[in-house]
Design a protein around this ligand. Structure first.
Ligand SMILES: NC(=O)C1=CN([C@@H]2O[C@H](COP(=O)(O)OP(=O)(O)OC[C@H]3O[C@@H](n4cnc5c(N)ncnc54)[C@H](O)[C@@H]3O)[C@@H](O)[C@H]2O)C=CC1
Ligand SMILES: O=C(CO)COP(=O)(O)O
Length: 318
């Protein structure tokens, strides 16, 4: 079955590599597309990962959008502008969000954004613990494919499972979206703890209390508890909070150690933290770790003050 991947970033390229010769990889920049074809590699975004010989790389969007299944691997905050501009090409397709975040302007997850921009579509999300570099190297990974329509979910699960990506299926799109979005915020917090050398015990505490607030928010918005303890929630939280390969964790490390961080790097958790903080406030949900991350990002709090603030909150039951 032919499949198109929109977005020749690290993740889109890795997905296209794993899908192999039935994949078309669309890149918005013609020069970049030509470079990828010449070098059989995406040297800008995923160096060291050869593109399989049958993989089609193109900058021609109408050519790329022929297949019925389209994977959208652009950052969450860019998804709306891409879809708004190109909605006509996306209508009646099966659109699979391959991004993790909450849109800052609307508070919607990727599926909500897709449904807003392309009403005649069946939207799904592919999420879970998986670094682009691991997928591209053929290392084993397991992800969640969430789609409200069970039949479409089964079709996508079968079409997108590859020899190194094992897909589990759920109809709980809210849980899958929120798990992937919220874990990035907690990963920033964990990176900050490690960057400030506050210790692994502190990181484990933050991961656990961060997971508690992920669950509070997700359940309040209608997610199923089982989804949060699955690959898209706990699974991705564990990966992202413990690996220096994660860009969200790297941003946290930089905040904690007061180092500079390249603002061009895709870090979904920063915008998501702000979107989630606002939503939590309006819903009356207690999310102290997320609030602290926003304060650190805005430089309203030092890491030392942040730790002191979290440690001196009123004592409570677990
Ligand atoms: N890199 C990774 O290991 C993983 C990334 N993801 C998710 O994948 C999503 C994308 O991340 P990466 O590929 O890593 O980022 P990236 O920064 O490597 O690539 C982003 C891509 O989106 C394209 N893009 C940006 N704005 C666009 C627009 N308006 N229209 C069309 N294309 C646009 C860029 O040209 C670039 O090719 C994020 O939501 C991330 O959380 C998920 C799992 C693993
Ligand atoms: O989502 C990811 C792994 O599952 C990638 O995390 P980063 O976006 O923090 O690099």
């Amino acid at each position: 079955m032919s499949i198109t991947v929109i977005g020749a970033g690290a993740f889109g390229t890795a997905l296209a590599i794993s899908i192999g010769e039935s994949a078309t990889l669309w890149c918005r920049d013609e020069t970049h597309a030509a470079e990828m074809i010449d070098h059989a590699e995406n040297q800008r975004r995923l160096p060291g990962a050869p593109l399989p010989s049958g993989l089609t790389v193109t900058a021609d969007l109408s050519k790329a959008c022929q297949p019925d299944i389209i994977l959208l691997a652009v950052p969450t905050q860019k998804l709306r502008s891409f879809l708004t501009e190109n909605a006509a090409l996306m209508t009646h397709k099966k659109l699979v969000a391959c991004c993790k975040g909450i849109e800052r302007s609307s508070g919607l997850g990727p599926i909500g954004v897709i449904e807003d921009c392309v009403p005649d579509t069946q939207a799904a999300i592919l999420t879970g613990p998986s670094f682009a570099a691991d997928i591209a190297r053929g290392l084993p990974t397991a992800l969640t494919l969430a789609c409200r329509n069970e039949e479409t979910g089964k079709t996508l699960q079968a079409a997108l499972t590859t020899r190194n990506m094992r897909l589990y299926r759920t109809t709980d799109t809210i849980g899958a979206e929120l798990g992937g979005a919220l874990k990035n915020v907690i990963a920033i917090a964990c990176g900050a703890v490690m960057g400030a050398k506050l210790g692994e015990s502190a990181r484990a505490a933050l991961m656990t209390r961060g997971f508690a607030e992920m669950q509070r928010m997700a359940l309040a918005l209608g997610a199923q508890a089982e989804t949060l303890v699955g690959l898209s929630g706990f699974g991705d939280l564990a990966l992202t909070c413990s690996s220096a390969l994660s860009r969200n964790y790297q941003l946290g490390l930089a905040l904690g150690s007061r180092d500079n961080f390249d603002p061009s790097i895709t870090v979904e958790g920063a915008a998501t933290a702000r979107a989630v903080e606002m939503q939590a406030q309006s819903l009356g949900i207690d999310m102290p770790v997320t609030q602290t991350v926003v304060a650190l990002l805005d430089q309203r709090l030092t890491i030392e003050d942040a730790a002191a603030q979290l440690l001196t909150r009123p004592l409570k039951e677990e």
